[in-house]
Write a protein that binds this ligand. Sequence first.
Ligand code: C2E
Ligand code: MG
Ligand code: MG
Length: 694
Amino acid sequence: MSVITAPPRVPGRGVVTVHGALAALALIAVAATAREATWNLPGLLVIAAFTTLSGLAYSGTSSRRIYVQGTPVGLMLAAVVYGAAPAACLGALSICVMQLRLRSARHYLRNNLITFTWFPLIGGVIFHGLAGEFGVGRTAFAFYVIVIPAFVCAITVNFLGVVGYQAWLERSSLLDALRESFLPVMPAELFASLLAMAAVWVTTQTGLLGIGLIGLMFLIFQSLVGELLKSKARATELQRLATTDGLTGLANREAFAAQVTEAIAANPPGAGLALSLIDLDRFKEINDTLGHHYGDQLLREIAQRLEDCAGPDGVVARLGGDEFVILTHDDSGDPEGALRFAEQLLDCVRQPMEVDEIVMSVGASIGIARFPADGQEMNELMRRADVAMYAAKDAQCGSRLYASGLDHHSLRRLSLLGDLTRALEARELIVHYQPIMAADDFTLRGAEALVRWQHPEHGLLPPGAFIESAEQTPMIHPLMLTVLEQAIEQCAEWRRSGRDLVVSVNLSVRNLHNPKLPDVIAGLLSAHRLPPSALKLEITESMIMADPDLIMATIAKLHAIGVCLSVDDFGTGFSSLGYLKNLPIGELKIDRSFVSQMLSDESDLIIVRSTINLGHDLGLKVVAEGVEDAPTLLKLSALGCDLIQGYYISKPMPAPVFQAWMPTPGAVPGGETPLTALPRARGNASAYEITSRR
Ligand code: C2E
Ligand code: MG
Ligand code: MG
């Protein structure tokens, strides 16, 4: 017999009527059987104390299966010894006292009242009916045996009522509810009927004192079992906490390792497994700038998406921070299949998400290691997926399969950061320049300064190989300074040779935290006699939201000295358009991920077109980066985009090559480069493309 406590749904008037009718019938039944009853107050009070305490102990236990409680035993005892009517009154009284402690919803109280009244009524009537029918008295063994069928009938009718009521409230199937709630407790209820029989026998043999003592022992036993069940539940919870990631609910590193080891052991010959390691791009930026609340929500959403993508057979885990991993079956052994799956994962991750009215989007890099081809055990596979993931990050290519040649690449990455201080002193950090043209008359207007590391051992390294690591350290300040110095010096040189170009320099968020930045820039500009309008500073969308007070002050000072600010990679961070209108920015740079697909992907075209319109409405210039072919260029020109940058015009070039690439001043009025010069330029520039990007 169960006490119902949790209210999922408040029932309507029909149920109240049924409750009322059942209660009225119970009252009539009590009145009808009252005359044959023995109204022994002390005896009834002892049993009432036992049933109430036992019921309370039962309600405090989370796991109710195979758990015998004393309440029905006590009620059955009262029904047999004193009759159906006193037992029914005792049941109603017990539930009212329990309610003081349980505070169940009103409709549950009504249901429990009926349950605790009808059970002893049915039990008592059946018992006395059978005893009278067969004429057995207290001295006969059969007298005690009859307790069992009477108990079983009463509890079955009652339990079906409780289960049916709960199924109705939860709108679940009655059959399922019976299977889940009724069948598992049947053995315990049968055992309770035996106990009821024993209790009746003890009472007839020893009187009330005996039943008091037995009740006390039962309560002690019940609370011990309760504690045992609670500690078992606690142990299960601890086990759950030890194997899941608290934030996302995914498996954690340890649980994942165990599952991979198990999957490897169970893997049939010929079948394979694939381990895809996913690291989010730009997550740190979002977490640092918008705060942990947004970071946490983003991680939860990504976890959910990865689970949906992985399907029921995949195992998804969070390894910590913004790193996730997925184990999938790789039965075909086809590397293309693993890469296609990685592309699906990337698509899932990249979809924008909205948190508290801020739309965010992140990218990711995925490294894949396969069993048995890339490793025989968990640690080896993880290490190799990690190597592949970093290779994908460096190449900015989204996903990559592990290959043996990548190992030294990963070791190199580790040693690079330690080497950066020396590289700065040795002037190994150099700047390449990528032209930026006007979209209407295709004349050269400026160039973006893009840092590269001319490493003595590893050759020319792209910024992807060291900028992100440098951004985690104070090294990003001297790095930015060296790029700024070179870019400003170069621009001054162009201007001396009669070219009115503007140079754009990328800043990291940590650079904006440096309050001395505006003074440093003003000093460099005046040292090279360059007007501030010759310099543009590129900051990403999300950086703007970082520590608004500090950053706003720096941005305002930069604006005050006359430097133009450009919002780089527009569309990939999180968009709060409100800030755009209040900030002293002069330019939006549409991210190349939208530009490069805009002719084949309708939604990219819509994004590009609306960004151009939005920028113009706010009085900003709009630059499109990542222009790789003539049709894209012409389309952007038709859409009214102001400036164009991309491989179609030229890849980034070292300063002397850039110099040679420009037509001599005077060849074109104003010394500007028309588009007709481009084919030659593209041919030259390809020689400077960094090996890992090819
Ligand atoms: P960004 O500022 O968005 O720079 C544009 C990147 O896109 C450059 O990559 C450029 O080579 C590439 N790109 C330009 N046109 C095309 C095209 O048509 N197709 C393709 N596929 N790519 C194109 P790069 O030089 O590897 O720079 C990557 C990122 O590294 C930059 O993205 C910027 O965020 C960062 N970075 C570069 N130099 C610096 C620096 O001096 N300081 C800081 N803080 N970051 C820098
Ligand atoms: Mg840039
Ligand atoms: Mg960009």
